[in-house]
Design a protein around this ligand. Sequence first.
Ligand SMILES: NC(=O)c1ccc[n+]([C@@H]2O[C@H](COP(=O)([O-])OP(=O)(O)OC[C@H]3O[C@@H](n4cnc5c(N)ncnc54)[C@H](OP(=O)(O)O)[C@@H]3O)[C@@H](O)[C@H]2O)c1
Length: 274
Amino acid sequence: MAISENAAPRRLALVTGASAGIGESFATLLAERGFDLCLVARRLDRLEALASRLAEQHGVEAFAVPADLGDPQAPEAVVKAIAARRRDVDVLVNNAGYGLHQRFATAPWAVQSEFLEVMVRAPMHFARLVLPGMLERRWGRIVNVASLAAFAAEPPGSTYTASKLFLLSASRALWLAHRGSGVHITASCPGFTYTEFHDVLGVREAMGSMPRCMWQSSRAVVEESWRAVERDKPVVVTGLVNKVIATAMHFLPFSCATLLTPRSLRDREKLSTR
Ligand SMILES: NC(=O)c1ccc[n+]([C@@H]2O[C@H](COP(=O)([O-])OP(=O)(O)OC[C@H]3O[C@@H](n4cnc5c(N)ncnc54)[C@H](OP(=O)(O)O)[C@@H]3O)[C@@H](O)[C@H]2O)c1
């Protein structure tokens, strides 16, 4: 822990995917709450700008570690870079992620394998690297950013939903394993959130048909997620509308649930030309 000027120890939060959207909002909220920050993503310019802004505004230490989490070596390299600064990770926000807009049967395996690396293996690798220290210090927070998609029917040919279901299930299992240890583990399940996600996926226009009541700001998602991990809840579905959808999906048979998948997502395989 770093010692601040008034001698209060400051904890360090590692946020992946901090260069945009939900990750950027998480970094901002954690800086407001007095956490030092290690910001991870590929776009170093954005991370450095955010780190300087948060350090200046909130008097915390914030630094960027650029990493492509599609590289299996990346989580270990990031944690080593933090250890080189003689810091421990007290909060881990596994947030980096994207959607894959390619047909499963034809997209190169390298593309799909990299996707699963970012979405599944990297979050688990980070958790494995930082959990022992958290348990030893008897304090830690891990937020795995999953998705409402984990409760929904699978859009045709997509492994996105499967990756989020994995994160949800792994979070629950880790929560069970470490209850009472001082380490809280929560899967956050946002629905449609205003970020760059749908621009990266190339479906921004199609998303225009989704009713506004189904959308949340990244700030709202992050505030509710942080409240949930502080209260040691294993899972949080953010927003009232999303809670209703998640509950309804729980009771619907697969054949009906697929009909409720938004057309824009159902038709993704058809939309895809790659
Ligand atoms: N937006 C939604 O509607 C929504 C809903 C439910 C769940 N989610 C989940 O929320 C998380 C954050 O997404 P977002 O909505 O905030 O999207 P976003 O605005 O596109 O941000 C995605 C972040 O992930 C990082 N990232 C992507 N690929 C990476 C890689 N290979 N290595 C390192 N970092 C990588 C990006 O940074 P660089 O490009 O700089 O690397 C960026 O910081 C994702 O896990 C997403 O699945 C989003």
